[in-house]
Design a protein around this ligand. Sequence first.
Ligand SMILES: [Fe+2]
Ligand SMILES: [Fe+2]
Length: 266
Amino acid sequence: MDVTNKLILNYNDIPAMPNVMVKALNVIKDEGSGLNDLADVMCYDQALTTQVLKLVNSAYYGFAQQITSINKALPLIGMDQAKNIIITFAMKPMLTSRGGKILWEHSIRAAVGCEYLAKEFRLMDPSEAFVIGFLHDIGKIVLNVKNPAVYKKTVDLVAKGANIIDVENMFFGTNHCDVGFLLAKKWQLPIVVINGIKYHHNPQSSSMSNFAYIVYIADKMAQDIKREVQLDAGIMKNSNIQLDDFNVYREAILAKSEILLASLSR
Ligand SMILES: [Fe+2]
Ligand SMILES: [Fe+2]
């Protein structure tokens, strides 16, 4: 068994998918169920209900009237948005406690970026794109849980300019793309999500490359907002997405992300 499999299969502390996320995804997968079933799932989780209502009433959605119940909120935002909100809130404790505030914020920015680019270039369903962006770095959680001290060293080296995949391979014998891929498979996430996680650092190798390129670009845009970033010309040469105004898109995406982050942290 290779290192990545060992990490996922033999490790007791591998994060389980949050319960409410499992239930919500099942409702969404089941074609016969609708918004009422989703509302039922959510009503069992009081904290989730409160957070969803706060978000729906925030500047991010900007509805004119005050929305006071989940039953009223869901028809307004629709099934896809509701799913994304559930995933976001369900994963927040895991992402923040095991990946830190930086990973949480980066995941939200990448999610907003993927949704935005998917809409703009019409290459995939925007709401699915949001989920891929949000979960693209979940492999980092596993590496961090496995050895926080070594992971901290990885982060420090990357901050100094080292290639993250090279450093992870050196320290862990595997990297967050391969680990995230296996975790996403174990969680039985949709195939496009699994693929996006695996190939977000080398989209040119993906069999679903349009999706992988969206995650690759959004991930770059979601890097440390004070830093200038660039797409790799070699990686981008096979892409269907051509961005002449990378920084204009980046600014729009970061601005939108800040609104969502502010609404989520209230
Ligand atoms: Fe990554
Ligand atoms: Fe990332």
